[in-house]
Design a binder for this molecule. Structure first.
Ligand code: CO8
Length: 259
């Protein structure tokens, strides 16, 4: 049964857990309660064996136009220190199941930071992404400077972060920020198709692949390879490894259980 939230919609179907940002009147501006709801929904799906993949979308004409400026405009540094709101963001980054995001319209500031927490990103051809924080006299605070730089390198990241300009979906795709650009009409359908495809895969493989790839962002090559190796060994303790290999030998379709 789905929980009810104030700022997001959540449901699950055929192995996919759907999370939709739901403040369309303010282009899904992300307030603190919304972040804690997203985190809660992700963590509930992460513990639900019926859900194998999470899909994140925004309702209305934008994915998310950033953190809620009205909410934070009056805050001071000590408010931020005491609120410790980024602890929620840290937990979003350690969700174990694959998260696929679908971006239509704008993904800006905190909205783009949320998108960059996804493992795969599909975007509509009208999508525009960027970090406009510089124009507000601030800067990204939920991982934007770090994740963007790891994705596209220092030279390009510096330019986008300094100017605050918006990048079109096609360029973001060429730079490797998003996986695929499709027309607005088929964005949800195509993203869902990918989610369902992944929901057929052995969940433990997806889980340990995700963990290993994320380690590659932090670890030097040798340490990353040791980490990968342990995860590779670990999968040989799973029933799905037996099932996958037996199915291949017996020339039948495997039935993965996530154990
Ligand atoms: N916060 C609050 N309200 C917003 C936001 C936002 N980020 N973005 C849009 N809205 C509201 C508008 O105020 C407007 O409300 P109203 O109808 O009541 O006036 C409504 O959404 C529709 O927006 P517009 O009329 O402006 O729509 P346009 O199509 O003309 O423009 C834009 C769309 C270009 C996206 C424009 O709305 C815009 O520039 N928005 C702000 C973008 C921005 O600066 N984002 C960065 C915010 S700072 C940030 O994200 C810091 C992250 C820190 C860490 C994360 C913590 C959660």
């Amino acid at each position: 049964m789905s929980k009810t939230y104030e700022f997001i919609n959540v449901h699950e179907q055929d192995g996919v857990g759907f999370v939709e940002l739901n403040r369309p009147k303010v282009l899904n501006a992300i307030n603190r309660v919304m972040v804690s709801e997203i985190l809660n929904a992700f963590e509930v799906f992460d513990q639900n064996d019926e859900v194998r993949v999470i899909m994140l979308t925004g309702k209305g004409r934008a994915f998310a136009a950033g953190a809620d400026i009205d909410e934070m405009a009056g805050d001071g540094a000590i408010d931020f220190e005491l609120l410790n709101q980024f602890a929620d963001w840290d937990r979003i980054a350690v969700v174990k199941k694959p998260i696929i995001g679908a971006i239509q319209g704008f993904a800006l500031g905190g909205g783009l930071e949320l998108a960059l927490c996804c493992d795969l990103l599909f975007a509509a051809d009208d999508a525009e992404i960027g970090f406009p924080e510089v124009n507000l006299g601030v800067m990204p605070g939920a991982g934007g400077t770090q994740r963007l730089t790891k994705l596209i390198g220092k030279t390009k990241a510096m330019e986008w972060l300094f100017t605050g300009e918006r990048m079109k979906a096609e360029e973001a795709c060429q730079l490797g920020i998003i996986n695929r650009v499709v027309s607005r009409e088929v964005l949800m359908e195509e993203t869902e198709r990918m989610a369902r495809k992944l929901a057929e895969k052995p969940p433990l493989s997806l889980r340990l692949i995700k963990e290993s790839v994320l380690k590659a962002m932090d670890y030097p090559l040798y340490e990353g390879m040791q980490y990968e190796r342990k995860n590779f060994y670990l999968l040989f303790a799973s029933e799905d490894q037996k099932e996958g290999m037996n199915a291949f030998i017996e020339k039948r379709k495997p039935n993965f259980k996530g154990k």
